[in-house]
Write a protein that binds this ligand. Structure first.
Ligand code: ZN
Length: 213
């Protein structure tokens, strides 16, 4: 008797293709500091870095609304190099924190120290004002301060029981589990969750076949 009459889930969901140099970085972590780590992901067996150029980093910062500069501004020189250094510093801190070890916060503090922000007040239509923080964007280090601040916020206010990596052995992606049940296991249900379901389905089928033989 077959284990199930339902068709196996489609492992090649076109909505979620595997990482390739052409596909952009995924934004599925539910925390921008973890989306930062996911700008490198495993494609087949080799890691793929979505940040190859300064323009790649500029586009990503705009996508996550952490670009402090002018909309039409060109990326400052050295943005990719500085962004990759910040990413690896945050990765080390997150990994050590997850492992229960004391992380070295100095590289993140260096990134935060590039500073150059001030408050500004803007009028509201109904009267009164709102306060906005304006970040300087004169160089690569300053352009990364909002992102460094997001990482600091994760460390200070994040619940690290909810900071996890996808359970798939083939996946390197991080996420912040904001589900009500706190039982999120996969970077994405449509990707690794689906792959897991396919593997479980095949295992059941094989077991059923063996039983029938
Ligand atoms: Zn995954």
């Amino acid at each position: 008797m077959p284990a199930s009459n339902t068709a196996p889930p489609n492992p090649a969901n076109p909505a979620n293709p595997a990482a390739t140099p052409e596909s952009g970085p995924r934004l599925l972590a539910d925390h921008v500091a973890l989306d930062l780590l996911n700008t490198i992901e495993r494609a087949d067996t080799t890691p793929h870095d979505h940040w190859q150029t300064d323009a790649d980093v500029l586009a990503w910062l705009k996508q996550v609304a952490l670009w402090p500069g002018d909309d039409r501004a060109a990326p400052p020189k050295g943005l990719a190099t500085a962004a990759r250094a910040l990413r690896e510093a945050v990765r080390l801190i997150v990994a050590r924190r997850k492992a229960g070890a004391k992380p070295d916060l100095a590289p993140l503090n260096d990134a935060l120290a590039a500073g150059g922000s001030h408050l500004a007040v803007h009028p509201l239509p109904e009267g009164g004002v709102r306060i906005a923080r304006i970040h300087a964007a004169a160089n690569a280090a300053q352009c990364l301060v909002p992102l460094a601040e997001a990482a600091a916020d994760l460390l200070a206010h994040g619940d690290f029981r909810r900071v996890r990596q996808c359970e798939s052995d083939e996946c390197t992606l991080w996420f912040y589990d904001r589900t009500k049940s706190h039982r999120r296991r996969w970077c994405s249900m449509a990707l690794c969750g689906n792959r897991h379901k396919v593997a479980a389905f095949r295992k059941r089928e094989a077991a059923a076949d063996e039983g029938a033989a």
